[in-house]
Design a protein around this ligand. Structure first.
Ligand code: IDP
Ligand code: MG
Length: 152
């Protein structure tokens, strides 16, 4: 059964520097998801180590932290049916060369170390990431499109 979920999506520093924030937001808006939190953050390495704690020990971890702290990240929370799984599908595979055209990485990126976007990989990770990036909480409102996007 599909359930309403929240997922943490971020445009990474390369996506921000390449001017892709609006394009990525537009894809989630057009799909029918509701934006419930949004901010630009230039994150410290220590904060990013918390975000990527499960990858500590991987050979690419130091490079990943350097990449993610090299500029601002556009952090967002999107809400809607199956937002976590659908968000991941919209991003594409971790390695952009393996991402299908039509996905964000498949349309805009080539290498795994510059794959322009992040999306939570499970509902549990999403909850953890939303708390980490938005300790102030998210915004509650009824979207004008609600009854046209969802069966209410
Ligand atoms: P995901 O972003 O698709 O969830 P993860 O395995 O969680 O992929 O890895 C987090 C991020 O670490 C990736 O998005 C990518 O930027 C980077 N990364 C993953 N694997 C590699 C690698 O083999 N080389 C360089 N960077 C990598
Ligand atoms: Mg991941």
């Amino acid at each position: 059964m599909s359930t309403k979920e929240r997922t943490f999506i971020a445009v990474k520093p390369d996506g921000v520097m390449r001017g892709l924030v609006g394009t990525i937001i537009a894809r989630f808006e057009q799909r029918g998801f509701k934006l419930v939190a949004l901010k630009l953050v230039h994150a410290e390495p220590a904060f990013l180590e918390q975000h990527y704690a499960d990858l500590k020990g991987k050979p690419f971890f130091p490079g990943l932290i350097k990449y993610m702290s090299s500029g601002p990240v556009a952090a967002m929370v999107w809400e809607g049916l199956d937002a976590v799984k659908t968000g991941r599908a919209m991003l594409g595979a971790t390695n952009p060369l393996a991402s299908a055209p039509g996905t964000i990485r498949g349309d805009f990126a080539l290498v795994v170390g510059r794959n322009i976007c992040h999306g939570s990989d499970s509902v549990e990770s999403a909850e953890k990431e939303i708390k980490l990036w938005f300790p102030e909480g998210v915004v509650q409102y009824t979207h004008a499109l609600n009854e046209w996007v969802n069966e209410v």
